[in-house]
Write a protein that binds this ligand. Structure first.
Ligand SMILES: Nc1ncnc2c1ncn2[C@@H]1O[C@H](COP(=O)(O)OP(=O)(O)OP(=O)(O)O)[C@@H](O)[C@H]1O
Ligand SMILES: [Mg+2]
Length: 419
């Protein structure tokens, strides 16, 4: 049986996602939407009247869903196959990353003023956090229809007046909540530290805080793709991650498995963002920051394009964790730098490959490397004091601080001839 979902971008119906009898996906923009030159849902699917077929459509739509193990757990809880992206989106595709909503064919888009979000007291929140472990994103819970990518447990929520609430029926959320990762010590403190350090290093990174309910620690990060207007209305900004934009399925997000490396990411920025030169520089700074902070997991689904206007910009930094603090996690960089994945083997010539092969570009890169390597230690120390005063401490932070010191002195050494 052919099945169809209506795809809305913001509050306009952009087109339809169709699953054919043999399970292939197709997407077609609405005739009116094309005639009115509505914004495309992805740079991988420019506006046109012809159908887009499975090869392009699946990476984008499957890319809205949780990855790997989280998807398998969700599928098991819902009694459907993890490969059935359409079936999963039918259940949880109401509120996704960006401004796309998938709703049953012919149904009306939910009215944001109806249905107040359910405020969660500590007990209810603790129970929901426990449920997340077996039912990622609370998929299938009455009225909860939201999806986010990534392999970790998470939930999108609304925070208003300091209270966490659970919106239903695809209503907009303002924050993402990520509980600690079982088996990895102090991931909450780790991510709070890394994200705040990024902001101190003058990278655009959303505000993040640590919270606890029923003894379960979690991070609460502001959604950069949601803007709260003065009247309380939440406006969505569209976004898509680099794998979606490049039509690469989420299961191939790592470069080693065929996913995009740095060159393809920079090429994407070059071709599509409003200020490619500035965004490429920011992307390069992000890469340096990931390196200095010991995050090996900066794959192409951890970078996004954000649409404040029809032409996107590079989205803020997100999902930064010092993975090097956990000896049993892979040390290899998700995206190689100059063909190298092992962090301690990176020399200046490898860093040079991330910029244009001109002397001024190389000089500027070396200066940025040195500047960031010099600044990160003192900033980390100030941040540790700030977090301590806030009551956020964990032994993992000391380990991360040592990793930062090692990485920073390595960068200083390989850029020494610059002096
Ligand atoms: N602050 C944010 N604002 C808006 N969208 C976000 C934010 N943080 C994450 N996202 C979106 O949610 C998705 C999942 O988040 P995140 O990458 O933090 O999860 P994860 O499960 O830790 O990922 P991974 O599998 O890479 O470890 C991202 O790919 C991005 O689309
Ligand atoms: Mg991620």
């Amino acid at each position: 049986m052919t099945r169809t979902l209506d795809a809305y971008l913001h509050d306009r119906k952009a087109g339809q996602l169709v699953q054919s009898e043999n399970g292939q996906l197709a997407f077609t923009y609405d005739v009116d939407y094309v005639a009115e030159s509505g914004p495309p849902i992805s740079v991988s699917m420019p506006l046109r009247q012809e159908i887009y077929d499975d090869g392009t459509v699946r990476p984008y739509f499957s890319g809205l869903l949780p990855d790997e193990r989280a998807r398998s757990r969700l599928a098991a809880a819902l009694g459907i196959s993890p490969g059935n992206a359409f079936g999963l989106l039918e259940i949880i595709g109401g509120e996704c990353a960006g401004a796309l909503s998938l709703i049953p064919e012919g149904a009306d888009l939910p009215d944001p003023s109806s249905d107040e979000p359910e405020p969660l007291d500590e007990g209810r929140l603790a129970r929901l956090l426990a449920t997340l472990r077996v039912r990622p994103l609370l998929g299938g819970e009455e009225g909860v229809r939201l999806s986010l990518a990534g392999s970790q447990d998470k939930l999108a929520v609304r925070v208003a007046d300091g209270m966490i609430a659970l919106p239903r029926n695809g209503h907009p959320t303002t924050h993402i909540l990520k509980p600690f990762i079982a088996g990895l010590e102090g991931t909450v403190e780790n991510e709070v530290f890394c994200m705040r350090l990024a902001a101190r290093m003058r990278l655009d990174a959303p505000a993040v805080t640590k919270a606890t309910a029923g003894g379960i620690d979690f991070i609460l990060v502001e959604r950069y793709d949601r803007l709260q207007e003065k009247d309380g209305v939440i406006r969505k900004l569209h976004q898509e991650d680099f794998c979606q934009a490049l039509a690469i399925p989420p299961e191939l997000k790592y470069e080693d498995e065929g996913g995009p490396g740095i060159a393809r990411c920079q090429n994407l920025i070059q071709r599509h963002t409003a200020r490619p030169a500035a965004d490429r520089l920011v992307f390069q700074k992000m890469l340096i920051f990931h390196y200095l902070v010991g995050n090996a997991d900066a794959h192409a689904k951890n970078c996004s394009l954000l649409y404040r206007s029809p032409t996107p910009e590079l989205a803020p930094l997100y999902d930064v964790v010092c993975t090097a603090a956990y000896p049993h996690l892979s040390r290899n960089l998700a995206m190689k730098i100059g063909g190298r994945a092992v962090p301690d083997t990176l020399q200046l010539e490898h860093w040079h490959t991330i910029v244009l092969p001109t002397p001024p570009a190389r000089r500027m890169l070396s200066a940025t490397l040195r500047h960031m390597a010099q600044a990160i230690g003192p900033e980390a120390d100030r941040l540790l004091e700030e977090m301590d005063a806030e009551g956020i401490h964990h032994p993992i932070l000391k380990i991360i601080r040592r990793i930062i010191a090692t990485r920073a002195s390595h960068v200083m050494r390989v850029t020494e001839k610059m002096e």
